[in-house]
Design a protein around this ligand. Sequence first.
Ligand SMILES: NC(=O)c1ccc[n+]([C@@H]2O[C@H](COP(=O)([O-])OP(=O)(O)OC[C@H]3O[C@@H](n4cnc5c(N)ncnc54)[C@H](OP(=O)(O)O)[C@@H]3O)[C@@H](O)[C@H]2O)c1
Length: 349
Amino acid sequence: MSNNFLIYGANGYTGELITRFAVERGLKPILAGRSAIKVEELAKKHHLEYRVFSLDETDRLDAALQEVDMVLHCAGPFSITSRPMVEACLRNKKHYTDITGEISVFEGAAAMGKKAEDAGIMVMPGVGFDVVPSDCLARHLKDRLPSATHLSLAFYGMGRLSHGTQATMAMNVGKGGAIRKDGRITGVPAAWKTQEIDFGEVTKTGVTIPWGDVATAYYSTGVPNIEVFTVVPPSNLKMMKMSRYLGWLLATKPFQDYLQKQIPVGGPSDDERAKGKTLMWGQASDLNGNRVESRQQGPEGYTITAIAALNIAEKILAGNFTPGYQTPARAYGADLVLEIDGVSRQDVS
Ligand SMILES: NC(=O)c1ccc[n+]([C@@H]2O[C@H](COP(=O)([O-])OP(=O)(O)OC[C@H]3O[C@@H](n4cnc5c(N)ncnc54)[C@H](OP(=O)(O)O)[C@@H]3O)[C@@H](O)[C@H]2O)c1
């Protein structure tokens, strides 16, 4: 037992933030990534050890995992990067966590659940803003209404998006939306549904998006019908609707190359993060007309991501884990999110 962890993709915007927060907690993760200069610079700044390898350098990846008990994977888009790391964790019997929000990644990890259980490791994608707060809210609603058959979740994230978040979103633009219907992930048109959402402080128009909870809330609650809403500026809503007809064009390589080049590096500054906040709303209902509604407030999204990911890392390193594929709320319960400073939750009805 090394009682330590590896942060892969440590030099990215979120990886760097997590590294900084980890050091502030007195943790000494081993940093890793594929770009020697960037990883070395960050490691030297924080007096941490580092390893340099790309995800197809299997020997180096395995050697790095042998030095730790778990990985916190921060290199996305995870639909490209997750699989080789999960497979390496299974080979080396080390716990896997990441900060994805991509439905395909959650489902891919869930499909490896039995292998993870056999290896005695926990595989938990989505330890960031997507999905810790919404997963906990989903679990809370289900705990309040055990007969729930339908879940609606919404978030209003008031803040700037990082390079990687935008890159991941751009990659998926034109692929339409998704909901869970009768237990199955079901494709729907982009911006399929809009609804007025009362977040408490503000009421906003929410629009359905293919957010991670469409996958994860099902594992956390067993509720078979799930929709997730967010709030976007009216111009973006128009574009989302247009993407229904232009999806084929948006997915072409030249357009994707163009889109990816437009995205600025970095993400919100410390000041912007300090000023930002996130609001959530959720509702569970059943076939007899019973309905419960709750709200949640918390710090800015990247701040939540870093704190939630490290809270979970500390639990795993302390031996508090459940082998197999896990979601945050299934493994740690609805109150996991309340361990984050500044998070509050109220039951509305
Ligand atoms: N769940 C959440 O709430 C949440 C929150 C924050 C971020 N995220 C997700 O986390 C990911 C990172 O976001 P970010 O803004 O931190 O990104 P970023 O600043 O663009 O950094 C991306 C990092 O991933 C590495 N990387 C990218 N592709 C790679 C590959 N194929 N192989 C190895 N390394 C690779 C990059 O390495 P190089 O520097 O060498 O290119 C860099 O270290 C995104 O997918 C984003 O959507 C999710």
